[in-house]
Ligand binder design. Structure first.
Ligand code: ADP
Ligand code: MG
Length: 463
């Protein structure tokens, strides 16, 4: 009995040990992850503490930690286990700045606003892995890609460049690629609209708007991601408008992304919409099957190079994945990673049946689309409240979204027409029939409607 207790107890106590040579492990990282990943990320890890069953590794920032955890943790553990089999987990500790040697990007010379700067460094660093080199061209994105490149060659010719498209189609990737391309010669600022607001509010609270203005107006290339976020936020729009004008005045290049075109941005001041569309607006569409196949093949190559092992996925399986994953490249890559991980662990060549099993929950999950979910997504998309959408008011800005939601409820759920009618504030089933007919007709005739519907569908699948 006592023996048992001691044994149990021991499981929870780990004594500090020193058996590992960190230098050797780093060499192994370099060899197995390749120079690029090693130099950008793993080199900056330090060994803080070693225990029998786990390691504490030092990282410079939280962002850095999250990045490593989301991309490399499994493989890192696998690697360190080859040096010490008893290890079964890794923890991270943020090591004080200064103890870690970090390269600072261009904006580092703006010393006066250290706090914003630090936060930008943590959250808005350009991702070295999202470059033009690994952005695959297809029919749905070739125009956006070509103008993104042109902007790099001819600053201020297309100003602002506005890239729009649905979720997971490569907007952030493109913006990041432009940033990487330009960062050596220019003062590049890359920030999401959400983060911009965070700094804005923080500066107001601290009564420090002067620094805020200074900081954001100093860049010569200003890249702002997901601008639709400013919708309905008046004072943020005000500030953005002034930042925008001041940057344009001094000839800085501005690049913007959003999930929709400027004219479609709801609850955004007209003067901002008109500024946003004053340069060049390009969009990224839903990928066709060729592009999805190209992306899968390219990702397989990358994984093979990174891990120095061969991955066999048949053409048939690749086609299946591309076919099943309808609209979203981020999801496509996620699915591929899962399939590859599975085939690695089980060391087998997968067929379509295996894939169906592995991905069952993802595909099924996606298929659970409810009337509630449709109502939420559609009302959000059009920036109206749920109660407005369900109300009896007949004005076009409310009636169209309502009809679209009914149409999607009919197309994407198994609910009957009367059931759908009831869910829309007890409307009659003939109202639903009318909505379905109207929207079907409009999707055939009107490109804009077609695009709205496909974007909403991709949001429904995403959430
Ligand atoms: P968005 O910002 O439009 O939501 P992201 O830029 O985050 O989408 O793209 C989602 C994922 O898909 C990222 O991992 C990105 O690298 C990848 N991706 C998107 N388009 C491409 C492409 N054309 N070639 C290679 N990878 C792509
Ligand atoms: Mg994005």
């Amino acid at each position: 009995m006592e023996k048992n207790n001691i044994k149990k107890h021991n499981l929870f106590i780990s004594e500090e040990e020193t058996t590992l040579n960190w230098g050797d492990i780093q060499e192994a990282f370099k060899k197995n992850f390749g120079n690029e990943v090693y130099n950008s990320w793993l080199q900056k890890l330090s060994l803080v503490k070693e225990y029998n069953d786990y390691l504490v590794l030092g990282v410079p920032t939280r962002f850095f930690r999250d990045w490593i955890v989301s991309r490399y943790l499994d493989k890192i553990l696998e690697q360190v286990k080859t040096f010490k089999l008893s290890l079964n987990r890794i923890e991270f500790k943020i090591v004080e700045e200064g103890k870690q040697h970090q390269e600072l990007p261009k904006i580092s010379d703006l010393n006066s606003v250290t706090e914003i700067k630090d936060s930008i460094l943590n959250y808005n660093r350009l991702n070295p892995n999202l470059s033009f080199d690994n952005f695959i061209e297809g029919k749905s994105n070739d125009i956006a890609l070509s103008y993104s490149k042109k902007v790099c060659d001819h600053l201020s010719r297309y100003n602002p460049l506005y890239i729009c498209g649905g979720v997971g189609l490569g907007k952030t990737h493109l913006l990041n690629a432009v940033g990487l391309e330009l960062q050596n010669e220019n003062n590049v600022m890359f920030i999401s609209a959400e983060r911009f607001m965070y700094h804005f509010i923080k500066s107001i609270k601290k009564n420090d708007m002067v620094n805020f203005k200074d900081f954001f107006r100093k860049s010569s290339v200003f890249i702002i991601d997901d601008i639709q976020f400013i919708s309905g936020k008046e004072s943020l729009q005000e500030e953005f408008f002034h930042t925008f004008n001041s940057l344009m005045d001094k000839g800085s290049q501005i690049i913007i992304s959003a999930d929709r075109s400027p004219s479609k941005l709801d609850r955004v001041q007209e003067r901002i919409k008109s500024r946003l569309s004053g340069g060049l607006v390009v969009d990224i569409d839903i990928p066709d099957i060729e592009l999805k196949i190209k992306i899968i093949k390219r990702k397989i190559d990358e994984i093979q190079n990174q891990f120095k092992e061969s991955i066999n996925l048949s053409e048939e399986v690749i086609n299946y994945l591309a076919q099943e994953c309808k609209t979203n490249i981020r999801e496509l890559i996620g699915i591929l990673n899962r399939v590859v991980a599975f085939s690695r662990v089980h060391n087998k060549n997968l067929n379509i049946n295996d894939c169906q099993n592995i991905l069952k929950d993802i595909f099924n999950q996606n298929k659970v689309i409810t009337v509630d979910k449709i109502q939420n997504v559609v009302s959000n998309y059009f920036n109206i409240s749920l109660s407005e959408m369900l109300s009896q008011r007949r004005s076009r800005p409310l009636a169209r979204p309502r009809q679209i939601a009914m149409y999607l409820a009919k197309k994407l759920t198994s609910r009957s027409l009367p059931e759908i009618g009831r869910r829309f504030a007890n409307r009659d089933h003939t109202t639903v029939i009318h909505a379905v007919k109207t929207i079907s007709r409009l999707t055939d005739q009107d490109d804009e409607m077609k695009k709205n519907i496909s974007q909403i569908k991709s949001l429904l699948v995403e959430q």
